[in-house]
Design a protein around this ligand. Structure first.
Ligand SMILES: [Zn+2]
Length: 475
């Protein structure tokens, strides 16, 4: 038991001090849901050194300590005295400092996530009580009445690409006014970037299921059952839906009931884009026509929605997310122990990932334009959460939502609509542009996407649909 406590303390101390994270329930979910590739990226010599010093050394001392057992009766008596004395000290100290202690804990609830290693054990216990999945394995259906109005004669079916971004922060997007031009190619396209959008969670496992839900952040947090989400409702409306995943972590359950292509399968199309069991995001555009052609024909006739889950700006090894040609901001931090790099180098490596995302999104728009003859194409891009890049010594993401800095919650949301799409769906980008600075959040993602495609269902909430005012304007 003591060995376990010492080891947990060493690991907890290393991550808390290196990245400025705290250990709470959601962080523990991330630990349990991670995969070898993601975990491997966090390993470093510095970590080994820290674990040797903080973990192995005390363990060695612990194991060298001889255990001398008294007779059972005597040992029980000794243990009992020790227990009572410990409780008395605890009660005494608690009594003397109770006012300070309770006030501090009340005003700074986050402190309990810092009590190492109790924070890890506490998070595990909480998870046992409040598991990630609610109410066993059953998933309640959503939007069973979902349908699309019939296409007008001569109209082209919609072809929508939904890019699910990873770790992109809104204030580092050139289109949003960032001092560096991280979006030179998107700036050449007719896109609308909503600049005041806030995420549902501060990490992928928390944000993704929440943004695909119809509930919104608060109701989602308090939900009692597992319910289907956006992907299911689109499928139910009769559209041909496909999920491409360039992340080994997968889609966190939101794409379980539609055809999907995982990162291993994507590698078959990208010998030049993949290395080390990882591909650059462009691989998702390879062979896309063939993949779409395999979807049911009667669904394709109503429209196609392709989700692309990016690797994006996944840290801490940002430098591994960009091909050589996109390393415009130099020098880059090339270690995962981000605190060892000057801050500018961390920011450079991160900004280069956004430059590559810009290229990927513009290439996606390019691909869509080639399909304008037979389809009404559109693209929507939204990031799952942001990232801390060393501000106040914080790195990465995943701080509890209430006190996470804006950098971890402020995300980009970008639309591109072809003229055909605008005309057929009676919406204009100009109407979207008027909402550029309105405060929006992941709560609007589900409803706006239904609104964009014109899916009709009772679960659509017009109040959370950014296109509602566009339709009103057109009417
Ligand atoms: Zn993420």
């Amino acid at each position: 038991m003591l060995a376990l406590v010492l080891l947990s303390a060493a690991v907890g101390a290393y991550f808390m001090l290196t990245y400025g994270v705290v250990i709470d329930r959601t962080m523990m979910v991330n630990v349990l849901l991670t995969d070898t590739r993601e975990a491997r990226e966090l390993l470093s010599w510095r970590m080994l050194g820290a674990l040797l010093l903080l973990g192995a050394l005390p363990l060695a001392l612990l194991w060298r300590t001889p255990l001398r057992w008294a007779t059972p009766l005597r040992q029980t008596g000794q243990n009992a005295i020790l227990l009572i004395a410990s409780c008395a000290v605890l009660a005494g100290a608690g009594g003397i400092f109770f006012q300070d202690f309770s006030a501090t804990m009340r005003n700074h609830t986050q402190l309990r996530y810092l009590v190492n290693p109790l924070n890890s054990f506490y998070a595990l216990a909480i998870m046992g009580r409040k598991p990630i999945q609610r109410s066993g394995v059953a998933v309640a259906p959503l939007g069973e009445d979902a349908h699309l109005p019939a296409l007008a004669a001569g109209a082209r079916p919609p072809l929508l690409i939904m890019v699910l971004g990873e770790t992109a922060r809104a204030d580092h997007i050139g289109l949003n006014g960032y001092a560096r031009d991280t979006t030179p190619r998107l700036a050449q396209e007719r896109v609308v970037s909503l600049r005041n959008v806030w995420s549902c969670g501060t990490n992928t496992a928390a944000s993704v299921p929440c943004m695909f839900s119809n509930l919104g952040r608060e109701a989602f947090e308090n939900r009692q059952t597992n319910t289907e989400g956006l992907v299911d409702v689109l499928q139910r409306a009769g559209l041909a839906v496909l999920w491409l995943d360039n992340q080994p972590g997968g889609c966190k359950g939101v794409c379980d009931r539609v055809p999907k292509v995982d990162y291993k399968q994507l590698q078959a199309n990208g010998a030049d884009l993949c290395a080390d069991d990882e591909c650059f995001d462009e691989v998702m555009l390879r062979g896309l026509d063939e993949r779409i052609a395999q979807l049911p024909a009667e669904r394709r006739a109503r429209g196609v929605v392709v989700f692309m889950h990016q690797m994006g700006s996944h840290g801490p090894a940002y430098y591994r997310r960009t091909p050589t040609g996109f390393k415009q901001f130099m020098a880059e931090c090339t270690t995962n122990a981000l605190q060892q790099c000057p801050r500018e180098q961390v920011v450079n490596a991160y900004d280069n990932t956004l430059l590559y995302t810009d290229h990927f999104l513009a290439s996606t728009i390019g691909w869509l334009k080639q399909h304008e003859g037979a389809w009404a194409p559109a693209m929507e891009y939204l990031s799952d959460h942001g990232e801390s890049l060393g501000e106040n010594n914080l790195y990465l993401h995943g701080l509890p939502y209430r006190f996470a800095p804006d950098a971890q919650k402020h995300v980009p949301w970008i639309f591109w609509l072809s003229p055909t799409f605008e005309q057929q769906h009676h919406i204009t980008q100009g109407c979207l542009a008027r909402q550029r600075d309105e405060q929006l959040s992941h709560d609007h993602y589900f409803h706006s996407t239904l609104g964009l495609l014109g899916v009709q269902t009772q679960v659509h909430d017009a109040g959370r649909d950014v296109f509602t005012s566009c339709h009103a304007g057109a009417a």
